[in-house]
Ligand binder design. Sequence first.
Ligand code: ZN
Length: 185
Amino acid sequence: MIDNNKIEAAVRLLLEGIGEDPTREGLIETPARIARMYQEIFAGMGEDAETYLRKTFVAPNNEMIVEKDIIFYSTCEHHMMPFFGKAHVAYIPDGRVVGLSKLARTVETFACRLQLQEQLTAEIAEALMVHLKPTGVMVMVEAEHLCLTMRGVKKPGSKTITTVTKGVFVAEQRLRDGFYQMIKG
Ligand code: ZN
């Protein structure tokens, strides 16, 4: 799916575009290196979250499940620069649960694409709703965007926080408060 030849040709052009010489020693391997790196950081392009969320188990109860501090690295689609941070994922089962590692896998699948933070947050929440059919989902993503902190306004360490709520989380403040309480610290 990812075309190494196209990436390599594009990187050579990019290097020329910024006034570099793509044939000098330090850069000669760079296009191939970037192509290999893209295979990894855009691995989510060929993946479906269903792969991880398909297998569910009977829930021992229907209390809120929170997986917090899921570290992720993604790439902003406006600048093709990294944004990275933590995702916190919660859901309230309706009889079925999924293995905890699968929540992190789901985050990774959507992060390893060209993304917008708002969209990443929404896609994680939607995948959980569709595949687990819980009574509610809440996802919070906090991230630093290099396109904000390395250029432009240059505010290192500043974070963007996005949340998406679905199902019972939308109407019930008590559940959202419970979520915030659990991800604190
Ligand atoms: Zn950006």
